[in-house]
Write a protein of this length. Sequence first.
Length: 298
Amino acid sequence: MRGIDAQIDAFMNHAAIEQGLARNTLDAYGRDLTRYARFLVSRRSDPVRATPDLISIYLAMLLRDGLSPRSVERNLVVIRRLHTFLHAAGVARSDPTEDIPPPRRGRNLPKVLSIEEVEAILAAPDTGTPRGLRDAAMLETLYATGFRVSELVSLKMRDLKLDSAFARVMGKGGKEKAVPLSDIAVQRLSDYLDRGRRAILKERESEAVFVTNRGGGMTRQAFWVLLRKYARAAGVRRKLSPHTLRHSFATHLLQRGADLRVVQTLLGHSDISTTEIYTHVDPERLRHVIREIHPRGK
């Protein structure tokens, strides 16, 4: 395993330093490549000597072991990047993954709330309490910006520019972006900063915008608990994900005529194909467009 470990370590260092991948992504890469390395060792091979047939056998084994096609595709992406790196670095003579197709799978659409459901959730916090002011500001900011939950909870006071209605955030890969805030998000944030945050901190100091009773910043896990609580209070019974409001933000903008490139910028996607998944529309909306816009729709 020593040679394999050195090859994987070199790739991981490249991914961390040259590509600036997030810690969570690097951890996932490490887990996938450790499993791949064990398989290669069991077949008396390594990344330099791996063949397309051997890699195909490995992918089939993952499917047989119960991994979803999406997870197997993610493994192939990581394996492909490892071999591309080794080939470019001159360690391997060729890239054995060049002609290996990804496993076929259906495209999963993101779970999206209706506008009415979002409005009910946003109205659920009790803004007569400091924590309710905080929660209302968090929910409104998330829906107004399309931030990832990790970006929302990592907001620092210096990142808010309420006078100009902008928030600055560090996205994936260390890319900074400035996102405009809606008027109601600015109002919710102002109310929270004026009447909620100080009461929660109780004279303690914190750089975080959204704080807890202990004086620290809000965590992703804690926010997820709050979102589920307010969804239940709003009567939203369907299963939510941590990115539900982000997905809803993107879909609602596109449904109301926003340009796909604008939404791509707001979400911080490096590839527009990632944003295109939000361009799905329901059949009823399609029928409405045909009836109202098509020259022979009526």
